[in-house]
Structure formats: structure tokens, C-alpha cells
Design a binder for this molecule. Structure first.
Ligand SMILES: CC(C)(COP(=O)(O)OP(=O)(O)OC[C@H]1O[C@@H](n2cnc3c(N)ncnc32)[C@H](O)[C@@H]1OP(=O)(O)O)[C@@H](O)C(=O)NCCC(=O)NCCS
Length: 196
């Protein structure tokens, strides 16, 4: 597991959200390892991200006192034929949780996706958290993911009314291919090791 520097968030000190930069990647990956474990590459939603780049302009980092404390990205998918985005992973540094960083990242991501003309966002997560941002399982019951998943955790949000009406079938990645990087190669090696 990559080194993960423990930081202490101060409630009184502000945090900022900006577009992710290449220099954020090591800290982002360390945060994701700390939040989801190093076997995160075996998760079903990862199949929608493998080898793909995030949607243009839809990868964000949260910073507190100069350190990355949160991350969220969105990716192009076809949701049973409907052009949409999948959101994830969303993670906030354990020492900065419950301060609204996650909510701020979610609001930022949803507003940016809507501004760019996207029709809908899908994610796999706890409805008890994501319902506050408008996500529900109302229109995802006929959709599937390429791997095991808990049906009640497959949630959707329409950015354009009716965008998910009748959405049916397999969710598949449709985004641009990512440029091969060392972190991508490491991820692929980890996945291979985890399924060996
Ligand atoms: C989920 C996560 C991103 C929330 O970040 P955050 O900055 O703490 O979020 P916010 O400050 O906006 O909201 C915190 C509130 O959400 C609640 N919450 C956090 N995770 C939750 C969950 N899985 N289900 C229900 N509520 C949840 C907290 O209890 C808190 O409630 P409160 O306001 O009543 O105290 C963060 O807990 C995290 O990184 N978790 C590990 C990775 C993860 O599970 N990612 C989401 C995948 S589904």
C-alpha cells in the first residue's frame, strides 16, 4: 500500500475544490488505497474505468491547507443504450470527514456534469448517503453492471428529465482510452495478483 500521510482537518480552515491535475495522482491513489483497500481494483465499478480516461473536465480534487483531502471523478458509460456518466470513486480523507467535503465534491461534480450537457449519472453506493444529492434506485432497476453488485446500491440521477426512462440492459464503458501510465500498469498488476 502506498504511503498515506495522516493529516488533521481543522473545521475552521476552509477547503477548496478544483479540477484534478496530474500532480494530484499520487496523493489521490494513496487516499483511495486508504479508503477502499488495495483490492479496490477488483470492484465491479472498476470494470467501467479500466483503461479509460475520466470524462472531460469531470475529475476533481478537494484541498485543505495545501493537501489533497478528497477526490471524485465521472466516466462515460452507456446505461443500456442511454449515454450517461458513472460517478466514482468518491473519497474523503478520514480525518476530514463529516465536514461537508464529500457533499461539496458531489455538488461540484453534479453541477459540472449538468453544465457540460450530460443527461444522467449512475453510481454504486449507499442510498442513505447519496439520496441527499437526488440519487435513487427508481430508474435503475432494469440496469446491470459487468460483475457482482447489490441491486439496491445501483442508483441514478437524471440531469435531464426523463433521461433514464426505460433504461434497460448492461452498463458499459464508452469513454476515451486512457494513456498508459505507471499507475495504470501497477493497477493492472494488482488486479492480476488479486484474481490469481
Ligand atoms: C462517504 C464519504 C465520501 C463522505 O465524505 P464526508 O466528507 O464525510 O461527507 P459529508 O461531510 O458531506 O457528509 C457526512 C455525513 O454523511 C454520512 N455518511 C457518510 N458515509 C455514509 C454512508 N455510507 N451512508 C450513510 N451516510 C453516510 C456521515 O455519517 C455524515 O452524517 P452527518 O452529517 O449526519 O454527521 C467518506 O465517508 C468516505 O470517503 N468514505 C470512504 C469511501 C466511501 O465509502 N466512498 C463512498 C462509496 S459509496
Amino acid at each position: 500500500m502506498k504511503a498515506f500521510k495522516k493529516i488533521v482537518c481543522q473545521e475552521t480552515s476552509p477547503f477548496a475544490i478544483r479540477a484534478e491535475r496530474a500532480s494530484d495522482v499520487p496523493a489521490r491513489e494513496a487516499l483511495l488505497d486508504a479508503s477502499f483497500g488495495t483490492n479496490r481494483y477488483a470492484r465491479t465499478c472498476q470494470r467501467l474505468r479500466d483503461g479509460h480516461a475520466p470524462a472531460q473536465g469531470l475529475a476533481f480534487s478537494a484541498f485543505h491547507q495545501g493537501r489533497l483531502v478528497g477526490t471524485v471523478r465521472l466516466w462515460h458509460i452507456s446505461a443500456g443504450g442511454v449515454s450517461a456518466l458513472v460517478l466514482g470513486p468518491l473519497a474523503v480523507d478520514p480525518s476530514c470527514r463529516k465536514l461537508g467535503v464529500g457533499a461539496a465534491l458531489m455538488h461540484h461534480a453534479v453541477v459540472a456534469a449538468k453544465a457540460r450537457g450530460h443527461a444522467a449519472i449512475i453510481l454504486l453506493g449507499d442510498a442513505s448517503y447519496y439520496a441527499r444529492f437526488g440519487f435513487s434506485a427508481l430508474k435503475t432497476s432494469e440496469l446491470s453492471l459487468p460483475g457482482p453488485f447489490e441491486r439496491e446500491r445501483l442508483l441514478g440521477l437524471e440531469l435531464r428529465e426523463g433521461a433514464l426512462n426505460g433504461a434497460w440492459g448492461m452498463i458499459a464503458a464508452t469513454g476515451a482510452k486512457a494513456r498508459k501510465s505507471r499507475s495504470h500498469a501497477a493497477a493492472a498488476a494488482k488486479l492480476a495478483a488479486s484474481v490469481a
